[in-house]
Design a protein around this ligand. Structure first.
Ligand code: AMP
Length: 284
């Protein structure tokens, strides 16, 4: 695996590859890699001659500085895992490579409604920070294909919008959420949970399954109240949201019309670890 820290070096190498007609797939991450990330690498490797993974813990997307400080870093293990997957390139830029101090311009991305709901509502500025880094990474890597996880459902929609706003020629592939055996969605933040907390956190997956089973039988208000209570009973300290929304644009719903594809989304704190998960309710 090639490792690049400087964007110029990566760009020069990638250009030479692209000139020989090779397709480039890109998997951006913040490291502390798990099987969910590796699954994205596998998807990219199936469809591209070159797979680039980036590891960059993006300070611009953490609305809570403590969350940024506590973000897990497991670089040696990450490199080992990527090599095992035969990932072609790791891009590991230092912060000033992505945010050169002399280029301190304020960008704003017109995300509209998308950044007013769910994660956008509870993490002000988060999606602007995500767009800021993704715009830079996509400009550097210029991939043909981009692989992201459904685990971060709203983020995928934001990046879809960014790609269309900035007219990047990349195709976005949204890959399914990988879960632990019992159902907990894999997440780098799970490293911060104790064994006991991990067990309690399973309540999110169970709540999503419950919503999937019952969403066509009860009012959404009743279901959401039930789920909130279940999560609190399971030991969640705080719930940011339990919502059911349209799958294509995340409009929040109070009832189902028997046809629109819908998705359930949950964000809640287990101790001081904020977990998010979602599930399509209308697919088999
Ligand atoms: P992160 O390192 O958390 O920023 O995630 C990097 C990419 O991996 C994002 O596209 C995430 O949606 C994706 N990802 C994170 N967790 C999972 C998972 N459990 N299954 C599939 N993809 C995931």
């Amino acid at each position: 695996m090639m490792l690049f820290k400087k964007k110029k070096d990566l760009q020069t190498w990638l250009l030479a590859q692209k000139e020989t007609g090779k397709q480039v797939g890109f998997v951006p991450t913040m490291g502390a890699l798990h099987q969910g990330h590796l699954f994205l690498i596998q998807c990219s490797k199936k469809e591209n001659e070159i797979t680039v993974c980036s590891i960059f813990v993006n300070p611009a997307q953490f609305n809570d500085p403590k969350d940024f400080e506590k973000y897990p870093v497991t670089l040696e293990k990450d490199i080992y895992l990527l090599e095992q997957q035969h990932c072609d390139v790791l891009f590991l830029p230092p912060v000033d490579e992505i945010y050169p101090p002399q280029e301190n311009k304020e960008e704003h991305y017109e995300l509209g409604y998308l950044e007013t709901v769910l994660e956008g509502k509870f993490r002000p500025g988060h999606f602007q920070g995500v767009c800021k880094v993704m715009h830079r990474l996509l400009t550097i890597v210029q991939p043909h294909h981009l692989y992201m996880g459904q685990k971060d459902y709203q983020q995928c929609m934001v990046i879809k919008k960014l790609i269309s706003l900035s007219k990047f020629p990349a195709t976005l592939h949204i890959c399914p959420t990988l879960r632990e055996k019992e159902g907990l969605a894999m997440s780098s933040r799970n490293l911060r949970l104790s064994v006991e907390q991990k067990e309690k956190a399973l309540a999110v997956y169970k709540a999503l399954l419950y919503l999937k089973k019952e969403f066509s039988h009860f009012s959404f208000d009743t279901l959401k109240a039930n789920v909130q209570q279940r999560l609190l009973d399971a030991g969640f300290a705080k719930i940011d949201y339990v919502e059911i929304a349209t799958a294509d644009d995340l409009s929040l719903l109070t009832a189902w019309d028997n046809k629109t594809p819908v998705v359930a989304l949950i964000a809640a704190f287990m101790g001081d670890v904020r977990l998010i998960d979602n599930m399509a309710l209308t697919t088999a």
